[in-house]
Design a protein around this ligand. Sequence first.
Ligand SMILES: [Cu+2]
Length: 150
Amino acid sequence: MTFIARCVLTAGLFAAMTAPAFAGDIDVKDAWARARAEGARAGAAYITVMNSGKEADALVAAASPVADVVELHEHRHNNGVMEMRPVGEMALPPGEPVTLKPGGLHIMLIGLRQTLTEGSSFPLTLTFRTAPPVSVTVKVLSVAAMGPGK
Ligand SMILES: [Cu+2]
């Protein structure tokens, strides 16, 4: 390693140690959910997350007053059967939008406390590994919607 390279590396480490905790630069848009029939026990919410910072981050939790439990889920094929299961976190690589959608990553709403009626909306708070929490308003679309504007 050259002397100059070592100096740059040392300066970088110093900056990383003295700068405030990386706050991230997270934008959440297009928060939506499918309408659910009255009495339905579960639903799902979808968002698009853009990490415009330089470091990887991750969505680690979500919460909403409309459900008893909110979990981060993925769908995957298992011997030809589509099943879903909780994931510990959703990776948010820098510079790449991550879109949650039916059949893929989703935010599972378990134990619905209210009917998700088309045209209504509800709050959702997202917790990230590094960035500060973000609260969004989720729009309830039709029962078969595939996303906003579709
Ligand atoms: Cu699920």
